[in-house]
Design a protein around this ligand. Sequence first.
Ligand SMILES: Cc1cc2nc3c(=O)[nH]c(=O)nc-3n(C[C@H](O)[C@H](O)[C@H](O)COP(=O)(O)OP(=O)(O)OC[C@H]3O[C@@H](n4cnc5c(N)ncnc54)[C@H](O)[C@@H]3O)c2cc1C
Length: 490
Amino acid sequence: MARILVWFRNDLRVHDREPLVAAVQQGIAIPVYCVDPRQFENTAFGWPRLGPHRARFWRESLADLRSHLQSRGTDLLIRVGTPETVLPALVQELGAERVLAESEIATEERAIERAVAAALPCPIQWFWGRTLLHPEDLPMDVSRLPELFTSFRKEVEASWTVRSPLPAPARIPGWDTLTVEPGPLPNLEDWGIAVPPVDDRRVYPFVGGETAGLARLQEYIWERDRLRCYKETRNGMVNADDSSKLSPWLALGCVSSRQVWQEVQRYEAERVANDSTYWLIFELLWRDYFAFIARKHGSKIFRREGLLGIDLPWSQDAGLFQRWCNGETGYPLVDANMKELQATGFISNRGRQNVASFLTKNLNIDWRMGAAWFESWLIDYNPCSNYGNWTYAAGVGNDARGFRFFNILKQSQDYDPDGTYVKRWLPALAELPSHKVHTPWQLLPVERQRWLTHGVYPSPIVDLGESAHQNEALYQKAVGKAPKPRRSRR
Ligand SMILES: Cc1cc2nc3c(=O)[nH]c(=O)nc-3n(C[C@H](O)[C@H](O)[C@H](O)COP(=O)(O)OP(=O)(O)OC[C@H]3O[C@@H](n4cnc5c(N)ncnc54)[C@H](O)[C@@H]3O)c2cc1C
């Protein structure tokens, strides 16, 4: 029987895995994962690309994949090295006839694909599984993708085609015909990564892997029955069920978007179809949109000027940036989110929008530094969603809406009116009355003495209104020299 390597990448699951199903049909499927040393390198700004929370989630996902494969009669070959060196060597060692894998989206991953294809002594067959919609099923060629999300959404919604998720193979035979060591799971300490202790204040106990990802899908949609009110709660920052919390599993491919889609369809048929059920799919479409935009524009999504080509005089002030990273800006909503990010590796969409707006529109710090910080810390990091959202927030993404900024104080009142969220992450403010918690700089000396019992709280590093005004002037000046940003309805 033909031996076929199935190369696992950001698709760490056995359900809805086309290359795995195809390999089992064609011969002896041999699952392989390459621990690529490049993922442990530093970002362009000097901190590790793979921060401790991401690393933990990734390792757990690999362990879970291995146990799923073992329970089906096979194993996961784990090798340390770049895929372009590991895979050709394994093909030779095992006498494999071909390699099957899922294609990725961002430029770095695609460069690796080209290097692998060039180095292999056998054919490689590519599959697609990263998005809800298959590129071949889009109503337009990716090269003609609209630059506005709304146009994309309307065209897609006029004729939906979502492929059905594939079941996992019940058995993956042939392991007993191989004489090969599976190889150990990566030891994070060997890579200089120390995983911090669990923080009890975390919004959700994220555990990597398909088992936990599918359990969360089941829990959120069916057991907790929260899909019916998703649209009303999705901006919450405090509760596990405010939103689906599926993004970390989607990022590593432990769960596929198509599986989420299928459950939403079933829920709509069996329980309720309403604005909320639609909205979850709407958000998955945003995810797809950023992926296809990355496919269309390649490395341009990482450019300082963004897809709009707006040449803004961004600052890289290390002191200001560090205070943002460490949650010491003096604005409780920003600070609480940045503390939560470092403590747990996850923050809500509302929190991300606020801290990204503050960094770019109030501090005028180079948005790429913020994106690289998120890359290191977010357990759901994926290049397309991260860089797509950051360019959008910075006003330089294709679908950005000019100089729009979040008024941090209004956002605090709207989304954390009684201060529950900021008090959770900022113990210094825990004793403050709710109506004073978002403006600690206004406390009288006597109030400070009475309520700031757990320490001092930093003064604001900028004036909100003044800084936004100054940065808007810079933006308008730059836009005068560049194409006007187009508007979307988001
Ligand atoms: C500056 C910034 C950076 C971001 N970086 C990432 C990132 O690296 N990885 C990532 O998955 N998301 C990113 N997001 C998008 C969004 O914040 C997260 O997807 C969401 O908070 C995850 O929580 P959830 O799974 O509970 O989302 P839900 O609200 O339950 O949404 C369901 C799913 O839809 C997708 N989704 C929702 N909102 C967005 C969005 N704005 N863009 C793209 N997809 C979306 C996600 O896959 C999410 O899991 C970023 C947003 C901002 C503002």
